[in-house]
Ligand binder design. Structure first.
Ligand code: GLU
Ligand code: ZN
Length: 346
């Protein structure tokens, strides 16, 4: 089996540290096992699209030396690698789910969904779709179709039973189906949601290991249900720990965390940042801090990812960077310093 991993960013702004750390882990896993690292752009949320987002992502990956084997700029056997260029593929797959009674069309207006949500709030219930369109009679469905409303497609979540998900770090996590709602897989504008698009692409692109942010863990049962409905074997999932600031709050600029390219501007070396990022949620042996890229490549493994939140420590990064700068051979140091001098001298 060839290991195939992917970094699947949404180009919604400059790549931040937590984000690029996932790319590093995916890259290390692929490179360690002689596999392939794929770059896929998940741009299905058109409202959140940021101008220049894809260019910045690629620039950040290149600066850090995280090269990809298949991607939007170089193509590959499973392209296109930009989700907005794959809409027909998602439509076809939504149709397969519709035909297999794993999905249905929902005609509910935003106003109706709003009312449902408010009523649930008033009753202190968690917000969820009320399955209004799940079992429409043929007459009601014909009426809805005739009304000219473009429906969304919802996944038909089993009403009972449980869904077992597997996470390489946490083992089996079981979810009660009754707590999941009938989530949207295809929007009325023809764009898929993450749930459909990422699962279809991971399958078609033969991804073997999905290393992704822990924030996706609650959605994992939806993803396993989608795999089941298609009759596909899911890849190995590993949900990488969150990165928190030193005060244990969500990481932000306040903690000294900036976008990846800002670190380059500030004089951080790519190798120092790679070393630092590798320690956010992974460890070699619980004590080694300084690790060359080679050491990382020879030792990285999913088994040593740490499920607990990682804490961002700006001083440690500064210290690591100093260590790397002092270790640079004179010639490399001169090369590294030159752009800063040139800028300074105007
Ligand atoms: N586009 C998703 C994100 O940026 C990708 C998550 C994943 O790796 O599956 O959050
Ligand atoms: Zn509906």
């Amino acid at each position: 089996m060839t290991v195939r991993t992917r970094y699947a960013p949404s180009p919604t702004g400059d790549p931040h540290l937590g984000n690029i750390r996932t790319a590093l882990f995916d890259w290390l896993l692929a490179r360690r096992f002689g596999g392939r690292f794929i770059l896929r752009i998940e741009d299905t949320d058109q409202a959140r699209y940021a101008e220049g987002g894809v260019e910045n992502l690629m620039a950040a990956l290149r600066w850090l030396g995280l090269d990809w084997d298949e991607g939007p700029d170089i193509g590959g056997p499973f392209g296109p690698y930009v989700q907005s260029q794959r809409l027909e593929i998602y439509r076809e797959h939504a149709d397969i789910l519709l035909a297999g009674d794993h999905a249905y069309e929902c005609y509910c207006s935003p106003d109706r969904l709003d009312e449902v949500r408010k009523a649930q709030q008033a009753r202190k219930e968690p917000p969820r779709y009320d399955n209004h369109c799940r079992d429409l009679t043929p007459e009601r469905r014909a009426e809805a179709e005739a009304s000219g409303v473009t429906p969304v497609v919802r996944f038909k979540t089993p009403l009972e039973g449980e869904t077992r998900t597997a996470d390489a770090l946490r083992g089996e996590v079981v979810f009660q189906n009754a707590t999941l709602d009938d989530f949207v897989i295809l929007k009325s504008d023809g764009y898929p949601t993450y749930h459909l698009a990422a699962m279809v692409d991971d399958h078609l692109m033969k991804i073997t290991h999905v290393l992704r942010d822990e924030s996706w863990l609650p959605s994992a049962p939806k993803h396993f249900l989608i795999y089941q409905a298609f009759g596909w074997e899911p890849p190995v999932f590993a949900h990488v720990s969150r990165v928190l600031g030193s005060d244990k709050a969500k990481l932000s600029k306040r903690h000294g965390a900036h976008s990846v390219l800002e670190y380059r501007e500030q004089g951080y070396l790519a190798d120092a940042l790679v070393n630092f990022l590798a320690l956010l949620g992974w460890s070699l042996d619980d004590k080694t801090d300084i690790m060359s890229r080679q050491t990382l490549l020879e030792n990285f493994s999913v088994e040593r990812l740490i499920p607990n939140p990682a804490v961002f420590n700006a001083e440690k990064l500064l210290w690591l960077n100093g260590t790397y700068i002092r270790d640079l051979p004179d010639e490399d140091l001169a090369d590294a310093v030159l752009p800063f001098l040139e800028r300074h001298l105007g």
